[in-house]
Ligand binder design. Structure first.
Ligand code: 5AD
Ligand code: SF4
Length: 445
């Protein structure tokens, strides 16, 4: 009988794509995706950006403990961001003795060897745990050789830069993902071409900060604008998206490259985090609200129909009621098509975690007000779509809506429209008939 695997993915798109690499490695070893059955190997691809992510993972690891009691030869692996935090290897050793493999963010290539070692040691009935969390420097070479089982057709994720050098004072990412490492441009273009040859219709370039792509290579040519120009002119019918951006590094060249390519979507995720200059400074973000407004203006001037989304945080330790009002005011002025809103969560080892914290009730009230405001704006902007026709890529069958598929406009708006599984991967002109808060409903023309 086939050996089965299950990858549990938490966190960002970077992790979603890394799970495709984990699946690639496991399938090469002969494992098959388990679906709803209890697998022979679980891989937890973890996140630690907020406390809620960690709680969720530990809860699910507890469930696996029970499953493993009935399936003694099951292998449990915990990989990625969470494992990289100070003290977590000791924690995983002591509190989760049934975890067999622990691999850090730059050690995925060792998964095969780790499984082999676990199986060998079991034959000898030896107690064994494979652990490796070294921030290796030659990561790009090993990573390039990992097979990928893509799971998000018609979209293909393509990494362009790993790690982060920014050290925003609230953020754990630079500690768990290490310093920036950019992939060479030709390796990226080759991968994009392969995906397009295989029939993928949308490419999403990934990085913690795509705008600093190439800085570490220091060759005078490799930068994000040039990469966009190169990928954006490949002669296929496809869409190009990218995430995530940092306002301090977004340049005019990038905006020009976006505006001049018909393949690059008029859509940008530009996290602002806060609308208060004082809080932005305390967060070590290196821009002001005025600078942010000027970026929005530049983007809208170049692409009047651009969809702009954001990440916004409330409850940063130094955020006063005035500062929060500045955030609300910025949100009213920018009019994001959508925003991810977060309550600040202290992360051990980051500068902001050592500051005096704001009571939870205040954070909760602020996030409530922010969500209410953004929902109102999202709804108003959705109404503007009604009656018009947009090119939409059918991305999947619509969950819970029989006879419908879902996809997005170039600006990133979610649209549900009549269709079947066979439509997935095809572009359609869709007339929008109705809007319901963030999603739109339409009909193929
Ligand atoms: N608490 C809450 N939200 C956070 N983010 C990053 N770190 C934290 C934290 N400690 C948010 C930021 C970032 C998004 C991916 O997660 O808004 O842009
Ligand atoms: Fe975290 Fe800031 Fe780096 Fe984004 S840019 S990953 S928020 S440190």
């Amino acid at each position: 009988m086939d050996k089965l695997y299950k990858v549990m993915t938490y966190g960002c798109q970077m992790n979603v794509h890394e799970s495709e690499k984990i699946a690639g490695i496991l399938e090469e070893l002969g494992y098959k995706e388990a679906g709803d059955t209890i697998p022979d190997i679980y891989v937890f691809n973890t996140c630690c950006i907020r406390d809620t992510a960690e709680k969720h993972i530990f809860g699910n690891l507890g469930v696996v403990k029970t499953e493993k009691k009935n399936k003694k030869d099951m292998i449990v692996a915990v990989v990625g961001c969470m494992t990289q935090q100070a003290g977590y290897d000791a924690l995983l050793k002591q509190k989760y003795p049934y975890v067999d493999i622990v691999l850090g963010t730059r050690n995925l290539d060792q998964l095969k060897e780790a499984i082999f070692n676990v199986l060998e040691s079991r034959k000898k009935e030896k107690k064994y745990k494979y652990m490796s969390q070294e921030m290796v420097q030659d990561y790009l070479e090993t990573d390039d050789k990992i097979p990928v089982t893509r799971t998000s057709y018609p979209n293909a994720w393509v990494n362009i830069i790993y790690g982060c050098n920014n050290f925003c004072t609230y953020c754990i990412v630079p500690y768990v993902r290490g310093r920036e490492l950019s992939r060479p441009m030709d390796a990226i273009v080759d991968e994009v071409r392969r995906c397009l040859d295989e029939g993928y219709k949308e490419i999403t370039l990934l990085g913690q900060n795509v705008n600093s792509y190439g800085n570490d290579l220091k060759d005078g040519h490799t930068n994000f604008a040039n990469l966009l120009k190169e990928v954006g002119t490949l002669d296929y019918d496809f869409r190009l998206r990218f995430m995530t951006n940092h306002p301090k590094d977004l340049t005019e060249d990038v905006v020009e490259a976006m505006a001049s390519s018909k393949r690059i979507c008029n859509n940008i995720h530009l996290p602002v985090q806060s609308g208060s200059n004082k809080v932005l400074k305390d967060m070590n973000r290196h821009y002001t609200r005025e600078k942010y407004f000027s970026l929005i203006e530049m983007l809208r001037k170049a692409m009047p129909d651009i969809g702009i989304t954001s990440d916004i945080m409330v409850g940063f330790p130094t955020e006063t009621e005035e500062d929060f009002k500045d955030t609300m005011d910025l949100v009213e002025q920018v009019r994001y098509s959508n925003a991810f809103t977060f309550i600040y969560s202290p992360r051990q080892g980051t500068p902001a975690a050592a500051m005096e914290q704001i009571p939870y009730e205040i954070k909760k009230r602020r996030i409530g007000e922010l969500i209410k405001l953004q929902n109102k704006i999202t709804k108003e902007l959705s109404n503007d779509y009604v009656g018009n026709v947009y090119r939409v890529l059918a991305e999947d069958v619509a969950p819970k809506l029989e006879g419908m598929v879902c996809g997005r406009t170039e600006s990133g708006r979610l649209v549900n429209f009549g269709g079947t599984k066979e439509d997935v991967g095809t572009f359609f002109n869709v007339r929008i008939e109705q809007s319901k808060s963030a999603s739109l409903f339409g009909k193929k023309e």
